[in-house]
Design a protein around this ligand. Structure first.
Ligand code: FMN
Length: 222
């Protein structure tokens, strides 16, 4: 064992002064999706964040017990935010019981976060199949090999299941879309844009969906 863990790191002493550049109501796009597109482009092309499409997806089961995990955003437009997963996974089972979901984009190096609250629905099979075809061969096999979120006896068992699939569908051979795998589209109801500011006086602007389909913007106290 090395002593690489010996340096005391006290999280209470970690304090960053966030940037002064703020977010004003007049800066905002007409819809939260358009505003998201703007910040997402800045995260990717100006701040060069590693995987800016990585988001924390929080679900709750029928009893209200929450759980969170990181998932990659694979598409977004005015209809919502799309990710792909195993329909037998814990998150998917939660969403079948309770479609309310929260998505959080933690863009820490820019002192920004975006938090989406909404309702998740499965994407259509055609849309799922179209995306599945764009995945690398190995990821396609991985989607078949894993019964996500279930207990697996050993790593050996997982590797053996992948090897079997690899023998059945060698590189170049078309892999069918697993019936237990697909997308969710999260239709936003609220989207908060958080910009860190000096002295903890952060900007928090939240779009809220109105019954007529328009958006209201409100400022939240930091
Ligand atoms: C950076 C990153 C990206 C991930 N992307 C996905 C994804 O797109 N889809 C997915 O099902 N799991 C993804 N995972 C794995 C999930 O975090 C999680 O382990 C898995 O989906 C099972 O979650 P559940 O048991 O809560 O349903 C990702 C993990 C990380 C760290």
């Amino acid at each position: 064992m090395t002593d690489r863990h010996a340096v005391p790191l006290d999280p209470a002493a970690m304090r960053k002064q966030y940037r002064a550049e703020g977010l004003a109501e007049s800066d905002l796009a007409a819809t939260p999706v358009a505003q998201f597109a703007h910040w997402f482009a800045q995260a990717a092309t100006e701040a060069h964040l590693f995987e800016p499409n990585a988001m924390v997806v929080s679900t709750a089961d029928a009893q209200g017990r929450p759980s969170s995990r990181t998932v990659l955003l694979k598409g977004f437009d005015e209809q919502g935010f799309v990710f792909y997963t195993n329909y037998g996974s814990r998150k998917a089972r939660d969403l079948a019981e309770n479609p309310n979901v929260s998505l959080l984009f933690p863009w820490h190096p820019m002192a920004r976060q975006v938090i989406v609250g909404g309702v998740a629905r499965r994407t259509g099979r055609d849309e799922t199949a179209a995306y599945f075809r764009t995945r690398p061969h190995g990821s396609q096999l991985g989607a078949w090999a894993s019964t996500q979120s279930s207990v697996v006896a050993s790593r050996t068992e997982l590797d053996a299941s992948y090897a079997e699939l690899e023998a059945r569908y060698p590189e170049g051979e078309q892999v069918p879309v697993p019936p237990h795998w697909g997308g969710f589209r999260v239709a936003p109801r609220t989207v908060e844009f958080w910009q860190g500011r000096e002295n903890r006086l952060h900007d928090r602007l939240r779009y809220v969906a109105e019954a007529d389909g328009s958006w209201r913007v409100e400022r939240l106290s930091p």
